[in-house]
Ligand binder design. Structure first.
Ligand code: PMP
Length: 299
């Protein structure tokens, strides 16, 4: 990729010129919403679902996005085209925009809209072969009556604190509980457990972002005949599960083989996890918005 182009408030600008005001409330207060999306071989996977979540997050915080979902689709497609990307990671950010130092959003006239598309940094393949270890952290998921985790807001400090704890514990992802001690999610991934062929994942109101990958896995699993339930569970059910896996746009589906020192199942990625990962990867090039209708030369 020679020159990187970023969509910033109505124009496509070079990376060096893609700067926002220090008075933007996204910067000052984390006031805004965002999405992380992936393009697979020129197919923006589940773009519609990501946009629905973005607009619902925005609605929840009373943030008006100055584009329709159709316009936003075109902006994302055009950003990928200008960067000649087929396999990429797309970051879509909508902040409250430029205001003054007061926190009142009434003083922000217009939302800032940013679309960044970059080549993908994929997780090492060996992590999928071996599975990963996770550990419970002390920081709890923020309560849904404080800042609802179902809003994908720019305020990610809860998740960042959790990630820092994971780093200190020497594990690539954390297990986060809600304020009542029920399993919520990871710092940036949803969690599933498998017991006797049945899948469980916490519902959003327990303290989880309703992940697009999570929803896709629920769909795929049901199509394959697995029973799936959105239910609350504790660490005990995690420790004693046959399989545990995480889902997320970046991670896709990744097996967890150790939790807080307890070996899960046989200590290697299980058959259900592998089955779902394979089916998920098959779907990634199908279900989404095609960026390149006509053949283009992208290396
Ligand atoms: N939970 C959190 C807190 C996240 O940030 C993410 C990543 N967006 C996920 C779960 C997974 O969601 P998705 O599958 O939509 O990427």
């Amino acid at each position: 990729m020679s020159e990187q182009w970023i969509f910033l408030n109505g124009s496509y600008v070079k990376k060096e010129d893609a700067v926002i005001s220090v008075y933007d409330h996204g910067f000052l207060y984390g006031d805004g919403v965002f999405e992380g999306i992936r393009s697979y071989s020129g197919n923006v996977f589940k773009l519609h679902e990501h946009l629905v979540r973005l607009y619902e997050s925005a609605k929840s915080i009373m943030l008006e996005i100055p584009y329709t979902q159709e316009e936003m689709t075109q902006i994302i497609v055009e950003t990928l085209r200008r960067n000649e990307l087929k396999d990429g990671y797309i970051r879509l950010v909508v902040s409250r925009g430029v205001g003054d130092l007061g926190l009142d959003p009434a003083n922000c006239r217009e939302a800032s809209v940013i679309v960044i598309a970059e080549p993908l940094r994929i997780y090492p393949k060996e992590l999928y072969d071996t599975g990963i270890e996770i550990a419970t952290v002390a920081t709890r998921r923020n309560r849904s009556d404080v800042l609802n985790p179902m809003i994908k807001s720019l305020n990610y400090l809860n998740n960042i604190l959790v990630k820092m704890e994971a780093n200190l514990a020497g594990v690539p992802e954390a297990l986060m509980l809600n304020d009542q001690g029920y399993v919520a999610e990871g710092s940036a991934d949803n969690i599933f457990i498998v017991k006797d062929g049945k899948l469980l994942t916490p519902p959003g109101h327990v303290g989880a972002l309703v992940g697009i990958t999570r929803n896709t896995i629920i769909e795929i699993a049901r199509e394959k005949g697995y029973e799936v339930e959105e239910a609350m569970f504790t660490r005990h059910e995690v420790y004693t599960a046959d399989e545990v896996f995480l889902t997320g746009t970046a991670a896709e589906v990744i097996a967890v083989v150790k939790v807080d020192g307890r070996v899960i199942g046989e200590g290697k990625p299980g058959q259900v996890t592998n089955d779902l990962l394979a089916a998920f990867r098959e779907q990634t090039v199908k279900d989404g918005v095609k960026v390149y209708d006509e053949p283009v030369h992208v290396s």
